[in-house]
Every structure is written in C-alpha cells, then in structure tokens.
Design a protein around this ligand. Structure first.
Ligand SMILES: Nc1ccn([C@@H]2O[C@H](COP(=O)(O)OP(=O)(O)OP(=O)(O)O)[C@@H](O)[C@H]2O)c(=O)n1
Ligand SMILES: C[C@](O)(CO)[C@H](O)COP(=O)(O)O
Length: 379
C-alpha cells in the first residue's frame, strides 16, 4: 500500500495579514508552501502528495504542477471541507497511510514525518503534540481571573496520520466544524496516539511567526555545495544521450554506461556535496552489470542517498560544453527530465550549454564535457 501526504493550503491566512495568503509569502528565500512541499516531496516514505488549494490560487503552483509526486485539488470553505476534498481524490490510489498537514507548518523535520508514520504501524491514528509547560490562567478585562490545571494538556500539531480508509469513513460521517482531523477521528470513535511534537514545528498564524520560522529555517540549515565534472569521447553512432534526452547527432558518445555526460556530472556534484566520492565508487566500471546502464540509475541513487542522510536538493546547475550537437532546442526537455528523475520542480534544475570557441578537445569535436553544481540543504 502507498503512503500519501495531504497538505491543506486553501485558507486565506487572515490572522497573518500581509496582503496575500501566508502560504504564498516569502520565507527564508522561498515561499512558505515551497518549504512545506519540499519536506514531503523529499521524504522517501511519501509516495503521493495532494496539495489542496483555494480556486483563486492556481497561478501560485506552476512550479510544482508537473512534479511526479504532486496532485492538486481545490479546497472548501473550512479546513475539514478541504481535507475531505483531498481525501476523496485518493480513493483509487491504494493508499494505506495518510498524513494530513497544515501548509502553514513549514519547519517540520523529516524525523517527525517518520515518527508519525511509525506510530501508524500499531495505531489507526497518530498525531504530534507538545505538553503544555506554562501555567494556564483564565483571564478577562486584562486581569487574571483564575487558574487552569495544565496537567494532561497538549498543544496539537500536524502532520496528523491515519489509516486512510478509517479517516475517509470518519470524514464521510462527520457533520463539519472540527479544528483538526484528530477531532474528526475521535468523533468516529478512533483512538489517536500522541507522538512527541517539535518546538520548531510552529504554525505560522500571526505576523510575528514569520520571523521565528525564518530564524528556524536559516539557523538550522546545513547547506552543502558539490561540483561534478565529466568527459566522454565521441565514437560511432547516430545520437547522444544528454541529461536523459536522446539528441540526434552524426556521432555517439563512448562510455561504460550510456555515456550521459551531463547526468554523470550532476550525479557527481550530489555525491561531492555529501562527501561520498563519485559514480565510480558506487558503480565501479569494472562491474559488468553497469555496462550500457541508463544513467538514471546513478542519479536516482545519489538523490536517494541525500534523502537518507536528511538532505533536500536545493538546486542543480549543469553546463554542457560542446560545439555540436546544439543543446538549446533540447534544454527544456532535459530540464524536465532531470527534474522528474530527481523529484524536483523544474525551476530547481538548470541545464545550459556553451562552446569552447573551437579550442581544446571539445572545440575540435572530440568529445563532450559537462560541469555541474548542486546545493543540498538539511533543514
Ligand atoms: N478552508 C480552509 C481553511 C484552512 N485551510 C488550511 O488549514 C490550515 C489551518 O491553519 P490556519 O492557521 O487556520 O490557516 P488559515 O485558515 O489560512 O488562517 P486564518 O484562520 O488566519 O485565516 C492552513 O494550512 C490552511 O491553509 C484550508 O485548507 N482550507
Ligand atoms: C490542525 C491544527 O494545526 C492543530 O494545531 C490547528 O487546529 C489548525 O489551525 P487553527 O489555528 O486552529 O485554525
């Protein structure tokens, strides 16, 4: 069975102010929604993401619309209605576990996603929460009117996780008017386990929350930079494979694998950022099983290795160096294909080309070289 994440993003963010819904506002160099989506898109346990948005907001998600894991649907007038709409889009996907998350909680860690999913191995519902540690007062007219016992009280967070069929049935019989999915589930008699929440997993609700979230994302980021360089010589053939795209040419590229010089450079840049050597370390040329292999295998391995170490790929930039074939007409297809393989939005992937002014081996048409840079971010 697959695991889905349903991210509710159809609210208007009235309490946060700022002239537009908070999920589309800038935060630590990206938008709030980009951070939240990235956290789930990069998580190895998540197969499918449903992003629930307001019908007015379709123009906001162009960068994510072609992402292989992401599906978009529109929300309802309340959070519960938005979740219900999202759940109904998943009925034919073979979903076992589903996580419901507020788009306005962009600072969650991959570990929290893992902890909620792990709790679902033994419970039908599980959600993160933090115990209330401050004293609680009742107040009115600016005065303390009484004390409230804090024992046994928790501050609820998301992602809230459930067995998919159980939550869908609970929503279908619910009359509406619940703060979250734990309330919906409990109204249907479902027991929900408490998983330790995270201080950093705040919900951006008021204007001042942006500053705290920005500090968390910037302060905790471990940013890695890696570079990669590769060369393949021309030989016989009628096409070359560059960044996953077959480009007609009067020569082919020679190599142990499919000789995709661009994809190799990007793969090495990712390994470099992780201090994990290069393709040769992970896929030795001496090993006959990699003869003629599609380089997608190498790139996917590097991406999976990053994810397993807790890193998200921020962006990659690749420059192909050759006189011919001309790369320009194929660059957009290469960008899409590389983004698909890496599970990134196309605007995180740059593929460009240059000649070497007829100088050197690339200038003489003896082969193609490629340079690449990758940034990896651990939130
Ligand atoms: N009709 C709605 C209302 C809320 N939400 C989502 O549910 C979460 C709840 O967080 P909240 O802070 O209440 O968001 P808003 O409703 O946007 O904020 P406000 O109440 O300040 O307008 C948010 O991710 C919000 O986008 C939704 O998908 N559909
Ligand atoms: C689901 C939730 O994030 C749990 O804390 C919260 O209930 C939704 O936001 P709101 O501020 O209560 O509208």
């Amino acid at each position: 069975m697959k695991t889905a994440a349903l991210i509710v993003a159809a609210g208007r963010g009235i309490r946060a102010g700022g002239g537009q819904p908070k999920q589309w506002r800038a935060l630590a160099g990206r938008r709030v929604a980009d951070w939240t989506l990235q956290a789930f898109a990069n998580h190895g346990a998540i197969d499918l993401i449903v992003l629930v948005i307001h019908p007015d907001d379709y123009g906001q998600i162009a960068d994510w619309a072609d992402h292989h894991k992401i599906r978009i649907c529109h929300g309802g007038a309340t959070r519960v209605a938005s979740v219900r709409n999202g759940l109904e889009t998943l009925t034919k996907d073979g979903i076992g576990k589903v996580l419901i998350h507020d788009v306005a909680r962009p600072c969650l860690s991959p570990d929290l996603i893992g902890a909620v999913l792990a709790a679902l191995d033994t419970h039908l519902g599980a959600a993160p929460a933090l115990p209330v540690v401050d004293a609680l007062w009742q107040g009115a007219d600016g005065l303390v009117q009484g004390m409230q016992d804090r024992s046994g009280l928790f501050r609820a967070q998301t992602p809230q996780g459930f067995d998919f069929a159980t939550l869908l049935a609970a929503h279908r019989t619910h009359s509406g008017g619940a703060a979250d999915d734990v309330e919906v589930a409990r109204a249907a008699g479902i027991e929900v386990a408490i998983v330790p929440g995270e201080d950093q997993n705040l919900k951006i609700t008021r204007p001042e929350d942006f500053i705290r979230a920005e500090n968390i994302l910037r302060g905790q980021m471990d940013i890695r930079l890696g570079n990669g360089y590769d060369v393949h010589r021309f030989g016989d053939g009628d096409h070359v494979i560059l960044c996953g795209i077959a480009v007609p040419h009067d020569r082919g590229l020679q190599g142990h694998s499919d000789a995709d010089v661009g994809m190799h450079a990007v793969t090495d840049a990712i390994y470099g950022a992780l201090a994990e050597g290069d393709i040769g370390r992970h896929f030795p040329p001496s090993d006959p099983q990699w003869k003629g292999a599609a380089s997608e295998i190498f790139l996917r391995h590097a991406v999976d290795l990053s994810v397993s170490k807790g890193y998200a790929i921020g962006n990659v930039d690749c420059t192909l160096i050759c006189e011919y074939p001309k790369i320009g007409p194929h660059a957009a297809a290469m960008q899409q294909e590389m983004a698909r393989i890496m599970g990134l939005a196309p605007d995180q992937v740059s593929i460009k080309a240059t000649t070497s002014e007829r100088l050197g081996f690339t200038g003489r048409g003896e082969g193609i070289a490629a340079l690449a840079t990758a940034t990896l971010v651990k939130p």
